[in-house]
Design a protein around this ligand. Structure first.
Ligand code: LLP
Length: 402
C-alpha cells in the first residue's frame, strides 16, 4: 500500500494516531490530513527547483481549508486563486495582493474590476479580458495566459491546453493580444500557462515549458513567467511517480539557460495544488452494509460521491484500505456509497480485504480535490476535517449539514 501512512499491528495510523480511534472520536465520514506529509511534499518540490527567482503559489482549489492554507503559508508558499471568493480567503489568511495570482476563464466585467481594484495579479485568459482590463485600467501592466497547443492530464477532463480546451489565449492570437495591449497602452509583463493536472510524464511538462520560453522571446519587457501546476502524484502502485529531484534539476537548467539568452533574470512561478496535499489526506468511512448478490458483492459505506467525487467524475483510482486489518483475507468486491446515483462507486471489482459492517474503510490520497469538490447532493453533509500533527489531532472544520 501507499507508504505515506504507518501500519502498526496491522492497523492504519495517521501521524501517530490510530485511524479507528479518530473515527471513534470524531465520527465518519471524516477527512483527515497529516501535516507532516504536506510539509514534506512542499520541501520535496521547492528544494528541487533551484532557479533563484522561483515562487511557489499553492493552488488552493485543491484544498481550501483555512488551516491547510495557513500551514502552506507558514512553509513559504504564496497562493494561486481562481475565483473572487478564493482571493477573499487568501486575504483572510493574511496574504498580501502581491503574493496572490489569479487565473479564471469567463470572468464577468465586475469581477475583473474587483480584482483590479484589489491589485491582484491576474493572468488574463482571453482577448475579451484583455480589452476589458484596458478599459478599466489603461496604462498598466498585464499578464496573459497562453494556450500553446499542448495539454496533458490524468483524464481528458483535466487537460487544459490544446485546441479542444477553453482555457487561455490561443498562441495564434498572440499578435492580436499585443495589438490590443498597445491600443490601451498596457505593458505585457507576464506570461502564464497551465497545461493540465495529474501529469506523471516529465517530458510533456518540460516540452510545454520550452514552448512558453520560445513564446516569451517575442515579449521583450517581461518580468515573470508562470508555468502553472500539474505535478502528478502516484495514486496506483503500478504508476511511475514523478522523479521530482531529477525533474527539478532539468527545470533549473532550462530556466538558467533561458534567462541568459533573454538577458534578464525573470521571476518564475509554479502553481502546484495536488502535489502538496493529495497524499496527506485520507477519507475515513464506516462500512454500513455488505450486499452479497448472486454475482457481485457490494461493500456499502456511509460516504458518497458527493463527499469524494473523483472516482465518479474521472473514474479515478484511489487506494482503499481496511483500517483495522490492513493485510488479511481478500475477496473481489465493489465499494459503493449512499447516494442515489449509479456512478456512486469508489472501487469497481477490486481484490480487497474482506469487510464487515462497522469496519473502518479508508480511501487514501484524498487530500486534493476531495473536500474541495464535495457538495450536499441528496442533502448529505460535507464531512468534518481533522488535521493530525504527530500525536495530536484537531478539528479544522465541522461537518456541514444542509
Ligand atoms: N493552476 C491552474 C490555472 C489550474 O487550473 C490548476 C488546476 C492548478 C494550477 C493546479 O493544478 P494541480 O497542480 O493541482 O494539478 N479535479 C481534478 C483536478 C482539476 C485541476 C484544475 N486546475 C482532479 O481531481 O483530478
Amino acid at each position: 500500500m501507499s507508504n505515506n501512512f504507518t501500519i502498526i499491528n496491522n492497523k492504519l495510523h495517521i501521524g501517530n494516531i490510530l485511524a479507528e480511534q479518530l473515527v471513534q472520536e470524531f465520527g465518519s465520514p471524516l477527512y483527515v490530513y497529516d501535516a507532516s506529509i504536506i510539509k514534506q511534499r512542499f520541501t520535496d518540490l521547492t528544494s528541487s527547483i533551484l532557479y533563484p527567482k522561483t515562487i511557489f503559489h499553492y493552488a488552493c482549489k485543491a484544498n481550501s481549508n483555512l488551516e491547510i492554507i495557513r500551514l502552506l503559508k507558514a512553509q513559504g508558499a504564496h497562493i494561486e486563486t481562481v475565483s473572487p471568493r478564493e482571493v477573499e480567503i487568501a486575504f483572510h489568511v493574511g496574504y498580501k495582493p502581491e503574493e496572490i495570482v489569479f487565473t479564471c476563464s469567463n470572468l464577468s466585467y465586475d469581477e475583473l474590476a474587483w480584482l483590479i481594484g484589489n491589485d491582484v495579479l491576474v493572468n488574463l485568459d482571453s482577448l475579451t479580458q484583455l480589452r476589458r482590463w484596458g478599459e478599466i485600467k489603461s496604462g498598466s501592466s498585464v499578464s496573459l495566459r497562453i494556450n500553446q497547443g499542448i495539454g496533458a492530464g490524468h483524464h481528458e477532463h483535466t487537460i487544459t491546453g490544446g485546441i479542444q480546451s477553453k482555457f487561455g489565449i490561443d498562441r495564434e492570437q498572440v499578435q492580436e493580444a499585443q495589438k490590443i495591449a498597445k491600443q490601451y497602452d498596457l505593458q505585457i509583463r507576464g506570461l502564464h500557462q497551465h497545461i493540465g493536472s495529474g501529469i506523471l510524464d516529465e517530458r510533456i511538462f518540460l516540452l510545454a515549458m520550452e514552448k512558453l520560453l520560445e513564446t516569451a522571446m517575442q515579449f521583450p519587457d517581461l518580468e515573470y513567467l508562470d508555468f502553472g501546476g500539474g505535478f502528478g502524484v502516484r495514486y496506483h502502485k503500478d504508476e511511475q511517480a514523478l522523479e521530482i529531484a531529477s525533474l527539478g534539476k532539468k527545470i533549473t537548467k532550462l530556466l538558467n539557460a533561458f534567462m541568459k539568452s533573454y538577458g534578464k533574470e525573470l521571476v518564475v512561478r509554479f502553481e502546484p495544488g495536488r502535489f502538496f496535499v493529495a497524499e496527506s489526506g485520507v477519507l475515513l468511512t464506516t462500512v454500513v452494509e455488505v450486499k452479497r448478490n448472486p454475482h457481485k458483492t457490494f461493500v456499502g459505506i456511509n460516504a458518497g460521491m458527493n463527499q469524494l467525487m473523483r472516482q465518479a467524475m474521472y473514474g479515478a483510482y484511489q487506494e482503499i484500505v481496511h483500517a483495522g486489518s490492513v493485510k488479511g483475507e481478500e475477496e473481489q468486491v465493489s465499494v459503493v456509497g449512499n447516494i442515489c446515483e449509479s456512478a456512486d462507486f469508489f472501487a469497481r471489482e477490486q481484490l480487497l480485504p474482506t469487510f464487515s459492517e462497522g469496519d473502518v474503510l479508508a480511501i487514501l490520497d484524498s487530500g486534493a480535490y476531495g473536500y474541495s469538490m464535495s457538495s450536499n447532493y441528496n442533502a448529505r453533509s460535507q464531512p468534518a476535517e481533522i488535521l493530525v500533527d504527530g500525536d495530536s489531532a484537531r478539528l479544522i472544520r465541522k461537518e456541514y449539514v444542509v
